[in-house]
Design a protein around this ligand. Structure first.
Ligand code: HSE
Length: 307
């Protein structure tokens, strides 16, 4: 039986201005998965540790993503066994379901001799997101598969790009241990935006992409602004405004909601600043009585990888 073990990374989606289109991949925070080929056709979840998630193949995001992948290959004979060791909590806002979907399709692709490029794997992993949240958004699975920062330029037709990663960027994430389901958090988002807000938002998306390429850290910071989604969602996150303000006062380039929350991210230049930001986040949350985790992580340029 051929088998590989992979690291399936956590990701930060939206990056303030880029709802459903921008995301980035984290180093050192993520799940582990062991994926094996089996002589018995079909896809099976054989082990699931660290989370209370379904093991039935048609209900687990990892196996559902792989089903779509094998279907695209017209493959009805391959057997796949999936072991999942969850470290990322479901509903944390750092791409828990995306890590499982992306890790599974990436590993299966590797075991089958890489019939797909990483970008071609994104739509399969998106089917896992559809199952998890009712919406096939790609802004967590794309950075998990491609690494670094990614932009979904278009959903129809699907077009995803990997962007440049400035070397000194560090992410600080605070995860308050309250569950905010992506499906619930999407319900508070309004379907229409004003032209005024749209102009502000697409200016910032362009500014962030330009800042990533020119490695202009100040421009990155100025562009980390969200006038459309954050005002609606931030009320679901205790102390959001205080944490954002304290992060920026501690030197962060910018801060916002990680994905659909409740995690809050801050981007900083350099590990030292990112660590100071972590301290300021910690001070605020210690007064709430809410249990929380904090991560300081560099950007992961590789995405899913064999360990
Ligand atoms: N773009 C998605 C959302 C990401 O904000 O709902 C979920 O992690």
């Amino acid at each position: 039986m051929k088998s590989i073990k992979v690291f399936a990374p956590a990701t930060v989606a939206n990056l303030s201005c880029g709802f459903d289109v921008l995301g980035c991949c984290l180093e050192g925070v993520g799940d582990e998965m062991v994926i094996s080929l089996s002589d018995t056709p079909g896809i099976r979840i054989t082990k699931l540790e660290g989370a209370n998630l379904p093991m039935e193949a048609d209900k687990n995001v990892a196996s559902v993503a792989v089903m779509h992948q094998l279907k695209a290959l017209n493959d009805t004979t391959t057997g796949i066994e999936i072991e999942i060791y969850k470290k990322i909590k479901a509903g944390s806002g750092i791409g828990s379901s995306a890590a499982s979907s992306a890790g599974a399709v990436w590993a299966v692709n590797e075991l089958l001799g890489n019939p797909f490029t990483p970008a071609q794997l994104v739509p399969f992993a998106m089917e896992g997101e559809r199952l998890a949240s009712g919406n096939a958004h790609a802004d967590n699975v794309a950075p998990a598969l491609l690494g670094g920062f990614t932009l979904v330029r278009s959903y129809e037709p699907f077009d995803v790009l990997k962007l440049n990663t400035p070397k000194d960027l560090y992410m600080t994430i605070i995860h308050p241990q309250i569950e905010v389901k992506t499906s619930d958090s999407r319900k508070v988002v309004k379907p229409n935006v004003t032209l005024k807000n749209a102009i502000t938002q697409w200016g910032n998306v362009g500014g962030l992409v330009a800042g990533l390429y020119t490695e202009d850290y100040d421009l990155i910071g100025r562009s980390l602004s969200d006038v459309i989604i954050e005002p609606l969602r931030s009320i679901l996150i205790p102390k959001f405004e205080e944490v954002k303000k304290a992060s920026i006062e501690s030197g962060a380039l910018g801060a916002g909601i990680s994905g659909s929350g409740p995690s809050i991210f801050a981007l900083s230049k350099g590990k030292e600043t990112a660590t100071k930001v972590a301290e300021s986040m910690k001070t605020i949350y210690e007064s709430t009585g809410i249990v929380f985790d904090i991560h300081v992580a560099p950007i992961n340029e590789d995405g899913v990888r064999i360990i």
